[in-house]
Ligand binder design. Structure first.
Ligand SMILES: [Zn+2]
Ligand SMILES: [Zn+2]
Length: 237
């Protein structure tokens, strides 16, 4: 991380380092003991580097929007994902999603911090993509928050998970076509008026088509946000 370590973030990292000492971790990508995320798995990640579609982070051959975003023209300012969803990174995302690996979230969020510095986006608030209340009840936590919270601590940006809500249940996006994914999340979010005139960064674990982030952006813009950006750990390519 290129920014200086802030006290709240240092404390948060210290807690996880102490737990690692008490209970030696295993790598979320390959299950080898010794670290939460090993050097081998880190090297295996295929970073998504430009040229990428500016509004969904899909690799494109010439810089500019992808064919989907050219048609749908989402109201999100920019979107960036760190790595290709596959191999060790896919296993790590699953560990966040289904095994509540908080320490791993802390570790992987540093890559989002690096991307934020690289992109130079200026944002006022960090918000995770919300889960529906019923899914939150069954899972007990929101995996996007496991990335968004440590990112906010590391960057010294206000964390505001409650300003964006799901207004209705949506089907899981897994296995749906591009058009059905869009229809599935359309109008599924609402934002608090306190986002007015703010630049908001929305964090998700995985981007598949960008439909979820685009719907979050449209809810935030409707509540008066000045600009909305999106970031995710991985993107399906
Ligand atoms: Zn590993
Ligand atoms: Zn696109």
């Amino acid at each position: 991380m290129s920014s200086p370590v802030r006290p709240a973030h240092a404390w948060y990292r210290w807690i996880w380092a102490s737990l690692d000492w008490l209970y030696p971790p295993r790598c979320a990508g390959c299950d080898q003991p010794g670290s939460r995320w090993c050097v081998k798995c880190q090297r295996e990640v295929r970073r998504l580097d430009p040229p990428l579609c500016p509004t969904c982070s899909q690799p494109v051959s010439i810089s500019g929007k992808c064919s989907h975003c050219r048609i749908s023209n989402p109201c999100i300012q920019r979107v960036r994902a760190w790595g290709e969803f596959g191999g060790a990174l896919r296993r790590a995302v699953h560990a966040l999603k289904y095994r509540r690996n908080l320490a791993l979230g802390e570790c992987l969020a540093s890559h989002l911090g690096d991307l934020l510095v690289e992109e130079g986006w200026q944002v006022d608030l960090i918000v995770p993509v919300p889960l529906s209340s019923s899914r939150l009840r069954t899972r007990g936590y929101n995996q996007a928050a496991l990335l968004a919270y440590p990112l906010s601590l590391a960057m010294g940006i206000s964390y505001r998970p409650k300003v964006l809500m799901r207004t209705r249940e949506t089907q899981t996006q897994v296995g749906l076509s591009v058009a059905s994914r869009r229809a599935n999340v359309q109008g599924a979010f609402a934002a608090d008026p306190s986002v007015a005139k703010k630049r908001v960064l929305v964090i998700d674990d995985v981007i598949t088509t960008g439909a979820t982030l685009h719907e979050c952006a449209s809810a935030l813009m409707q509540s008066g946000a000045k600009e909305v950006y999106g970031m995710a750990l991985a993107r399906a390519v």
